[in-house]
Structures are given as C-alpha cells and as structure tokens.
Design a protein around this ligand. Sequence first.
Ligand SMILES: *Cc1c(COP(=O)(O)O)cnc(C)c1O
Length: 457
Amino acid sequence: MTQHKFLLDESRLPKAWYNINPDMPVPPAPVLHPGTHEPVTPDFLAVLFPMGLIAQEVSAERWIEIPEPVREVYRLWRPTPLHRAVRLERALDTPAHIYYKYEGVSPVGSHKPNTAVAQAFYCKEEGVQALATETGAGQWGSALAMACGFFGIDLEVFMVKVSYHQKPYRRIIMENYGAVVYASPTDRTQYGRRVLAEDPTSNGSLGIAISEAVETAATSGGRKKYSLGSVLNFVLMHQTVIGLEALEQMALAGEYPDVVIGCAGGGSNFAGFTYPFLHRNLTQGRRTRIVAVEPASCPSMTKGQYTFDYGDTAAMAPIVKMYTLGHTFMPPGIHAGGLRYHGMAPSVSALVAGGHIEARAVKQLATFDAAVQFSRAEGILPAPESAHAIRVAIDEALACKREGTRRIIAFNLSGHGHFDMAAFEAYHRGKLEDYDYPAALVREAMKHLPQVPAGVA
Ligand SMILES: *Cc1c(COP(=O)(O)O)cnc(C)c1O
C-alpha cells in the first residue's frame, strides 16, 4: 500500500519563518527612491508599511519568530497536506515519484493568506486602522479581506476592471469579509483619473491598480497604509511556512526531492515552497534542482533584463534590481492573472542570475493540458497559475520515463481553480488562446527603464 497523504499535527506548525537574506550568495542591491533614484530611507517606506514589516524586509536574522496570534489564525487551515500523486504517476507511467504541497485548502483557496494574516497583524500592532491594496483576479484581495476582517482593519481594494466585471464572485467574497472594492482605474485617485482621461474604456492592469493603492496610502496623511501580496522580502519570508512544513512531510515520506518546482508571478509561493530546500543547498551541500515556472507571454526571468526598474506602472513605487520586462509592459490576457507581473522578486532574480534557480517558461494551452490531466488523476482542479508548476512537474516525470530514471519531484500547488471556470470552459471548447512571447511589446517597454546613475547601482 502506498501512502497518499503526509499530514502534520497542529503542534508541528512552524514557530519561525525562514529568512534567506543572511544566506544569499551575493549582497542585495539597494532599493531606490522612485523620484531621486537614491537609496530609500526607512522614512520613505514607513509612509507605506508598518515598521515591523520594514524591519523584516532588511533583517539579517535567519529565523524570525511567528507571533502567536498569527499562528493561531494559521491553525484554521495549517499545516496543509503534502500529497504523493500516486494516480498521476500511474497515469504517466513514470518511474518518478511526484509530491505536491496543497495550499488550496486555505479558506480563500490559495497560499496568499500566509502573508495577509501576518501583514494585518503587524499593522494592527502599530495601530494602523486602514489598508489599501490592489488585486488582479481577486486571490490577493480575498486573502487580505479575510485577514483584515480578523484583525478589525478597514480595507479598500483596487481590483483590475476587467476582472471586476468578469469575476464578480471574487469581489463578493471580499465584500463578504467587509472590504470595499473598486474597479480600477477609478476616479478616486489622481493617477486613475489620468489613465481614464487618456482612455475612458481602459480595462486596467495590475500595475495601474498598484499605483492607485499606493497613492491612496501615500496621500492619506498617515491614516492608511499599503499592503502588497508578493515581491517583497517579507512576503516571501512569510510564505516559507509552506516549505518548512514540506521538509518535515518529505521526511515522513522517507524521501528527499531531486527537483522542487513552483510557479512564479511575483515569486512568493515559489520562494515560500523552495527557499527552505534552497537553504539546504546553500548551507548543507544538498543539490536539489530548484525550478521557477513563468508564462511564455510574461517571461520576466527567461526573456527579461536583470536591471533596475519600478515596481509599478506609474513609477511611484520603489526601484529595485530584478528581472523585468519594463514597468510599462502590459502582458496578454492569460487566465493566470496572478502571473501577469512585469518583474520578479529581487531575491528570486538574484538567485536566477547566480545560477542557483532554473527558470522555465510555458505556454497557456500546455498549462491547461496539464491542469486537466492532473484533475482527472488527482481530482483537484488547480488554479491556472499553479498549472504552470504542474506542467513542468509532468514534463520532468516524462523525462524520467524516457531516461528510465527515478527522480523525486515535488511541486507547490498554490491554489484551486474554482473561480476560474470561464477559463476551463474556454479550454474545453477549444477557444483558449495560446499567446506567444510578445517581443515587440517588450522591446517598447524596455525603452522606459529608469536611468539609474552608475555610482548608485
Ligand atoms: C497570486 C497567485 C500566484 C502568483 O503569485 P506569487 O507571488 O508568484 O506566488 C500563484 N498562484 C496562485 C494560486 C495565486 O493566487
């Protein structure tokens, strides 16, 4: 009998997050002010974030204790299960062993509450009464709405307009938890009004929504802070509960992965799952391959440039060194909304540049092939984002079959796809577009990179 699930008791919930900063092979590049292009000071960041999170962003401590009120909320759904994909292995007829960590068991169906709860906690601790944020398809907005509800914080969400209209159920979840949701671009911010003046029919984008949320916090006279669901060091660190649990669960299974895989939009679920394994590569001589998967239509790591760029479209957010397609780049309308970001987390970018992480790009149709094959074997209908990781896990397992080798493959299933049924319907009707690399759009966007003085960078 082969065991299918490896479960941890609530008492095994991690007590500390893993911070990769002290283990990074190269020191981090400075974060620059969007106006002056000089390194930012804590005061600038303090307009947007509570000091507790700013301290974590630059912390050199390897382990940061998870506050008990955060662990208490985590216990609602953590530890999450690690599955052995026995039926998928059989369907693929592969000698590989395939494992997946399932984050779709959280109340909102993805990994995002792991940081949303922590961020709401640190805001509450410092007396912050209101937050502003953006959301694309609504995963991040629903996670933060739940967390703000738990800690008694008001939340305004700028939701990309096309999703606001196409995905009303995600909006209703946010409203159910008590958040106020606007279709971005709105006429509530200076930047939103500027976008609408240029194009009254604008569908919005994640970059525009970020700019609106940042402006809302920055112009609130200190009343509101801003919250971001990916990219920042502290967000990636909060997500390491995923990989720390997975390490223990792989030990229960009596195996250690040869390759670990995650999809990467801003990099948070990928880093959360893989950094604890990478820690062992960097400090204990392990040689696990670490693979980040992105869409071929928004390929920051595989086609972008490793350079300084703004975090948002309006050039109001800090400038960081990362793989980027240019902050004005508008990716094609793939259904994996959470992967439509022009950049990549600075630590993930640095580790890709240093050869510690492999990057792969896959096309939309192939990811849905994998999602459907996975659901027919394992039952779970994955989020289109997570399907990128599944695609590469299946490809690895098929390579094992061709080579006649048995590798241990583990991937992060970052969420379920229950709110993405329109995408699955399009797939089953043969109407799903298979976008290629948008070379001309990227070339154009690359002309707008900030000119950073050589002395600073
Ligand atoms: C948001 C999201 C992603 C992408 O974000 P990362 O920060 O790269 O993890 C991936 N999967 C799901 C299910 C998401 O909701």
